[in-house]
Ligand binder design. Structure first.
Ligand code: NAI
Length: 249
């Protein structure tokens, strides 16, 4: 029988005030976990928490900036989480020649160093309490292949994939699993306009399934990695992209 029941588990989702993170928090709560939503915008967080509670889930909010070590330490200071979804991320769109170091640093600091800060703080608590856990790092298909104008983002996400392997290797002895989830292009409020444009439609035509991902397309992969259903999986990545990575050369 599939063991994806998360009753009795505490889960943290970073960047949970919108998009994938908000959705992931709802999915984990629906599977029975008590979910803590972390992000910088208190108002958006409270709205997200209220939405999950209204659906019968157990959820609360914590202010969390993954680029700020003090903020990460404070958010992770309580009892150990069983599940941590490292979802917070930013991007920078522009040619490498014109990319300012400030933009490069912002992307690397959030998308790669932020994942390490949160994973390390979470694992410290898990080890201190002598319990294992599951850490799911949200990377991207851009961590496995490249596209134009996203050098910092693709580099950070490739780092997340390799970081997940390195942490899995070191922390398996503590019962902590670390995996990467690599979504393809998922339709959210932020990119809906772009995908309605000619350039967006051309991009969709390059996806073998000829469609964008829906948030719900990530539910199975997320629950597999987060739950005991994936108990023998660590240091690996799951790609959910409609076949985009195997598009014809
Ligand atoms: P989004 O912009 O809606 O969500 C990102 C979240 O991270 C926001 O809530 C934002 O406030 C939060 N965040 C940013 N910086 C933060 C910081 N310093 N501390 C705490 N929270 C911070 O974007 P989306 O699309 O939901 O992305 C979520 C994750 O999924 C990101 O890691 C992104 O790279 C990844 N992803 C998204 C894909 C897509 O097609 N939407 C495809 C592949 C990966």
């Amino acid at each position: 029988m599939l063991k994806a029941d998360l009753a009795g588990r505490r889960a943290l989702v970073t960047g949970a005030s919108s998009g994938l993170g908000r959705h992931f928090a709802g999915v984990l709560a629906a599977a029975g976990a008590e979910v803590v939503l972390g992000a910088r915008r208190a108002e958006a967080l409270e709205e997200a928490v209220a939405g999950i509670v209204a659906e019968g889930g157990r959820a609360s909010a914590v202010r969390l900036d993954v680029t700020d070590a003090g903020s990460v330490a404070a958010a992770l200071a309580g009892p150990a989480f069983d599940i941590v979804i490292n979802n917070a991320g930013v991007t920078h769109d522009g040619p490498a020649l014109g990319t300012a170091m400030a933009d490069w640093d912002r992307v690397i600091d959030t998308d790669l160093s932020g994942v390490f800060r949160v994973a390390q703080a979470a694992a410290e608590r898990m080890v201190a309490e002598g319990r294992g856990g599951s850490i799911v790092n949200v990377a991207s298909i851009l961590g496995l292949r490249v596209a134009g104008h996203v050098a910092a983002y693709a580099t950070a996400k490739a780092g997340v994939v390799q970081l997940s392997r390195a942490l899995a290797l070191e922390w398996a002895r503590h019962g902590i699993r670390v995996n990467a989830l690599c979504p393809g292009y998922i339709e959210t409020d932020l990119n809906r306009d772009f995908f309605a444009s000619d350039a967006g439609k051309a991009l969709i035509r390059r996806v073998p399934q000829r469609r964008l991902g829906r948030l719900s397309d990530l539910d199975g992969p997320l629950l597999l990695l987060a739950s005991e259903a994936g108990s023998f999986m660590t240091g690996t990545e799951i790609v959910a992209d409609g076949g985009h990575l195997v598009s014809s050369l």
